[in-house]
Design a protein around this ligand. Structure first.
Ligand code: NAP
Length: 275
């Protein structure tokens, strides 16, 4: 019998998904734990229009689970049989698990923000400014509130920031005032400002950081954004977007396999990505 068929398959689904680093990261984890004879992680392009059909096929398949990326994170809420409370609060699913034909939805993006930050500093009582008001911001808000931080949001489109501030009972700062950096212990960039190919952009132009401040970036292409360069030059601790990708992936790994994730093997797989 074909060994590949006996393996429990996990997927990353999205559109586009061709450049996803998740297969590389998860397969490196299987290899490090010598469970690569049991698990295999693959990418599968699933368009918006194909999602309903994909979900139906998943129920009758032997697939263990799926990591989910754009544009499906919000739409999946209506397709699953169980939604984890924190995923419901964030309003998005990034992890699907199939058990006996039942589909369960989880969200690990918030752990991608909170765990690397907790490695640098306790979060309780910290004053944190979140830049942006999209999906990554929602995960960051929920995770940081859970961790006891004092969260403020700012966004180019004020209405979106105001809506989130009302939903989560957090403060809102007008976008025009974001460059006054004095008030914050930690900055979390969840805007796409600075992402390839617009690498000369930054959400905090003219920023004058203090060395004791921490800057968290969600963008991972490029690895070192202008925001991170500026913060490092001022002596700040910084966390790059690949750490968020890693930490949300570590939690997915544990959900899919039941094994503790091999952190360094999975980190190396991301850092030494030849693509
Ligand atoms: P999203 O829902 O589309 O939100 C994008 C955000 O960026 C919005 O707040 C938007 O502001 C802001 N923005 C875009 N262009 C801007 C501009 N020119 N000036 C000011 N603000 C601008 O996207 P998302 O899913 O939250 O993703 C946001 C970022 O997080 C992306 O860079 C993504 O790669 C990254 N991310 C990383 C990971 C990881 O694992 N590292 C995971 C998820 C996401 P408006 O509301 O005004 O449009």
């Amino acid at each position: 019998m074909n060994m590949a068929r006996q393996k429990k398959r996990c997927l990353i689904i999205g559109d586009p998904v061709e450049h996803s680093l998740s297969p590389r990261m998860h397969n490196a984890g299987y290899h490090a734990l010598a469970i690569d004879d049991q698990f295999l992680f693959e990418r599968q392009r699933v368009s918006r229009e194909e999602l309903r059909h994909f979900i139906a096929s998943l129920r009758s398949s032997t697939i263990r689970g799926a990591a989910c990326t754009m544009p499906h994170k919000e739409s999946l809420l209506k397709f699953v049989d169980y939604v984890d409370p924190i995923a419901a609060r964030i309003g998005a699913i990034n992890t699907l698990v199939c058990e006996d034909g039942l589909l369960k939805g989880y969200n690990t993006d918030w752990l991608g923000v909170v765990n690397p930050l907790k490695d640098k500093t306790p979060l309780k009582g910290k004053k944190i400014l979140i830049l942006g008001a999209g999906g990554a911001a929602r995960a960051a808000i929920v995770g940081l509130i859970e961790s006891g931080a004092e969260v403020t949001i700012t966004n180019r489109t004020a209405d979106k920031a105001i809506a989130l501030s009302q939903q989560f009972a957090i403060e809102v700062l007008p976008w025009e005032l974001r460059s006054n950096l004095q008030d914050w212990d930690i900055f979390v960039n969840t805007t796409s400002l600075g992402m390839h190919p617009d690498e000369s952009e930054t959400p905090l132009p003219r920023a004058k950081f203090r060395a004791e401040q921490i800057v968290f970036e969600t963008i991972y292409f490029p690895r070192e954004t202008l925001l991170l360069k500026t913060a490092r030059a001022a002596g700040c601790k910084t966390i790059e977007g690949l750490e968020m990708l890693l930490h949300q992936g570590l939690a997915q790994f544990e959900i899919f396999t039941g094994h503790e994730a091999p952190v360094e093997a999975m980190r190396i797989a991301l850092l030494h990505n030849p693509d």
